[in-house]
Design a protein around this ligand. Structure first.
Ligand code: XMP
Length: 318
């Protein structure tokens, strides 16, 4: 059955009003389409009861914080930015296991939301959780693939009540809702981005140094893929990004031996993120990406393209 956007919006508005009632709610914007759409829905029905925050975890993409501030300004969402990178890096110190990383990030997010909520007597947390998030986190008796930070990554004991108006729908439907709510094109057409951000794109321990490297690598990969799409050399992937492996490889720089990080380029076609196939990136585009990365990011000695479908891979590396 076709998705009825208007009907969904009207039902979601009723649900938010009924769930939150006269209480206050906090919403955390991650910069992605899901949280912005949830914020726009809530801002329509409970504008005076809504507090929007953005937690800068330190794991964000290059210029992400500035972009989110700008987008919030343009969409009329009043935003408070919380700088919490020190807390997040400390929480992940020495942690290499992907599920443990997700749990620690999820827990820390909630503790920060709770702190903020206490200040203003807020009792609800509105989240942009969508269907694949809870399905993959082991919802409805299914096997757990990974704990999406906003579902399985939540601590068992939390003081805020949850309101998740997008829970039953998929990314392409969220985009339709976002568009119908008047979000600008660059928000509702944004590629998906995971809540734990670059922390799940750095295999192994997350450090400030690795995040900085990945921010630079990711910006080049995104830029080159977008440019190739503009020039009609390839179709727009559903999601495209870079990741960093936990091991290094040997190479040569000038005449000298080098032992440096390995960057992974990932680009996939998908409809809803539940299954995916790797994108057909022309060799000349891969070549440009590889040359730019090794020239511009001196810590990277090798670039590989991930040719794994989902299943058996997942889209993110962790
Ligand atoms: P995977 O890696 O499971 O990802 O194939 C499917 C889609 O979900 C995104 N993703 C997340 N989104 N919180 C989110 O909000 C998370 O913890 C999370 N983990 C993965 C991923 O980017 C892809 O679009």
């Amino acid at each position: 059955m076709a998705f009825d956007t208007e009907k969904f919006i009207s039902q979601a508005e009723t649900e938010i009003k009924k769930t939150v009632g006269k209480e206050k709610a906090i919403i955390a914007l991650s910069g992605g389409v899901d949280s912005f759409t949830a914020a726009a829905l809530a801002a329509k029905v409970i504008p005076e009861q809504l507090f929007a925050i953005y937690v800068d975890t330190g794991f964000m993409r290059k210029n992400e914080t500035e972009n989110v501030k700008e987008a919030a300004k343009n969409t009329g969402v009043k935003l408070k930015v919380i700088e919490a990178s020190e807390k997040f890096f400390s929480a992940l110190k020495g942690v290499t296991e992907p599920e443990e990383k997700r749990k620690r990030i999820g827990e820390l997010f909630i503790r920060i939301f709770e702190e903020e909520a206490k200040r203003d007597n807020v009792t609800f947390l509105i989240q942009g959780t969508i269907a694949p998030d809870w399905i993959e986190s082991g919802g409805a008796g299914r096997d757990k693939i990974k704990s999406h930070h906003n579902v399985g990554g939540l601590p068992e004991k939390m003081h805020l009540k949850l309101c998740e108006p997008l829970r039953e729908i998929y990314k392409h439907e969220v985009r339709e809702v976002g568009k119908a709510l008047g979000l600008p094109d660059y928000i509702f057409n944004r590629q998906p981005f995971p809540g734990p951000a670059l922390a799940v794109r750095i295999v192994g321990e997350v450090t400030r140094e690795k995040v900085k490297i990945l921010q630079d690598v990711g910006a080049i990969a995104e830029e080159e893929i977008e440019s190739a799409v503009m020039k009609e050399k390839m179709e727009m992937p559903w999601q495209y990004f870079a990741a960093l492996l936990d091991s290094k490889a040997v190479g040569v720089r000038g005449d000298e031996r080098a032992y440096q990080h390995i960057a992974v380029i990932r680009a996939v076609r998908s409809l809803d993120g539940m299954t995916a196939s790797f994108s057909n990136i022309p060799y000349e585009v891969l070549q440009k990406i590889s040359t730019r990365i090794t020239n511009e990011v001196r810590e990277i000695g090798r670039v590989v393209y991930d040719i794994t479908n989902k299943p058996p891979g997942t889209i993110e590396l962790e």
